[in-house]
Structure formats: structure tokens, C-alpha cells
Design a protein around this ligand. Structure first.
Ligand SMILES: [Zn+2]
Length: 234
């Protein structure tokens, strides 16, 4: 059921941290062992990405964010099936007065976070190389576009039955005492709010229409918004 509601219960895969398991979810994936269970749980909601090349990589190069999903630019010019994506993950979660290693964050929260990043990959997968270049440019130019892109990613995850995880992630961020108000405000401004998520779930229950197509169609309005933003900043 593609857009139906299916609150898949958290599928815990019992393995030791270092055991290599053969499973169908990890074709063409590179996953650090320490977050393997969470990545596999999130991937289970996206059967379309079963054979998509995705590398989950720890990096300290992310500024101001915990995770990011990006296509590897060098793979954008070859054949479509060789296109490779990176999900970059900050190994530590910087708090105002301390740091918390990412793998110590609650599993459900991490699954929601990874589910959101996989939502971005679903969005990229529908785009041509030119479409991805355009996305990158608009994301860089326009706050309105960032908001739209983040909401598309959240909407993909909610449509794939990940609402409880996405909600857990929001709740973790918005109620975390160690996170700066600036970061919380950014998250509240750009992403689907808990109320929005409940609304998306209700809409899914009422119809199978794909909201994401509507959101993507709104892209046309973005050019106008950028012009307005430019005029305001003059
Ligand atoms: Zn995002």
C-alpha cells in the first residue's frame, strides 16, 4: 500500500553490533555497524530504494546540522543506475554545554532522522541531473525553497508509515533542554510541525491522492517567491 497508513512497528533486528548480516535491505549500501539496526529499520519503509546506492558516512564536516543527504556529484553524469547518494551523519550531537555521541540517541529518534534523509533521496530520485542542479541552486538561494524541500522529505517519510518516528525526532529536538533556541526555532520554521504531521496522516486516511505531487507542483511558485525575497532584501 503505497500511500496508505501503515504504522509499521519498530522492527528490531537482533544482531550483535559487529555481525555481518545478509539481508535484502542492504544491496548497494554502506552502513556503519554502530547505526546499522536503525538504518535497516528506516530502509524497510522505502522498498523503492532497495537497490539504490547509498553510503551512510560519519563526517565532522557538517556545519549546523546533524544529517544531510546529497548525491555524489561525479555519479550524476553517468548512467542513472550508478547514481550514488551520501547520507552524511555528524558523529556527535553538539549541545550547548556538552556533546552526545549520535549512537546514544534513542533508536526511534534516529530512525525518524534517517527516514527524513531517505525522504530527500526519494525526492532526488524523481529528478534528472538538471533537476538536481536546479534543486541545489534554489535550496541555496531561497529560504522558501529550503522549507518546501524539508517538508517534501518529511511528507515522504509520513507517507511511508513513519509518522511515529518523525514525531519522535521532532519531539526529541523541540523538547531537548541542551539544544539552542536558535536551532529549535530553525527546525520549527522549516520542517513539518507535529500538528502538520497529524494533518498529513488524516489526509492520507481520507484519500490516496499524493500530496507530494502537489507540493512538488508548487515549485513553479518558487521563482516568484525568490523575486519577492530579493525585492524585500533590497
Ligand atoms: Zn532535510
Amino acid at each position: 500500500m503505497r500511500f496508505g497508513v501503515e504504522f509499521a512497528p519498530y522492527k528490531r533486528i537482533h544482531t550483535s553490533r559487529n555481525m555481518i548480516i545478509k539481508d535484502t535491505e542492504t544491496i548497494d549500501k554502506e552502513i556503519p555497524n554502530v547505526i546499522r539496526n536503525e538504518v535497516i529499520s528506516a530502509l524497510a519503509h522505502y522498498p523503492e530504494l532497495k537497490t539504490t546506492r547509498i553510503r551512510f558516512k560519519f563526517t565532522r564536516s557538517l556545519k549546523g546540522s546533524i544529517m544531510a543527504a546529497r548525491p555524489q556529484v561525479s555519479t550524476l553524469f553517468g548512467t542513472r543506475k550508478n547514481r550514488t547518494y551520501d547520507i552524511l551523519i555528524n558523529p556527535v550531537f553538539k549541545l550547548q554545554n556538552s556533546i552526545e555521541p549520535i549512537h546514544q540517541v534513542d533508536s526511534k529518534v534516529l530512525i525518524g532522522w534517517i527516514g527524513h534523509e531517505l525522504g530527500h533521496i526519494m525526492d532526488y530520485e524523481q529528478r534528472s541531473t538538471f533537476g538536481i542542479a536546479r534543486f541545489g541552486l534554489l535550496y541555496w538561494l531561497s529560504k522558501t525553497y529550503i522549507r518546501k524541500a524539508e517538508r517534501v522529505a518529511d511528507t515522504f517519510a509520513v507517507h511511508r508509515g513513519m509518522a511515529p518516528y518523525i514525531l519522535a525526532t521532532k519531539d526529541f529536538i523541540l523538547s531537548h533542554s541542551g539544544l539552542s533556541q536558535k536551532y529549535k526555532d530553525k527546525i520549527a520554521r522549516l520542517y513539518l510541525s507535529p500538528d502538520d504531521i497529524v494533518q498529513v496522516v488524516e489526509e492520507m486516511q481520507q484519500s490516496n491522492a499524493s500530496d507530494k505531487d502537489d507540493i512538488l507542483a508548487e515549485e513553479k511558485d518558487i521563482t516568484t517567491n525568490i523575486e519577492q525575497e530579493e525585492q524585500q532584501s533590497r
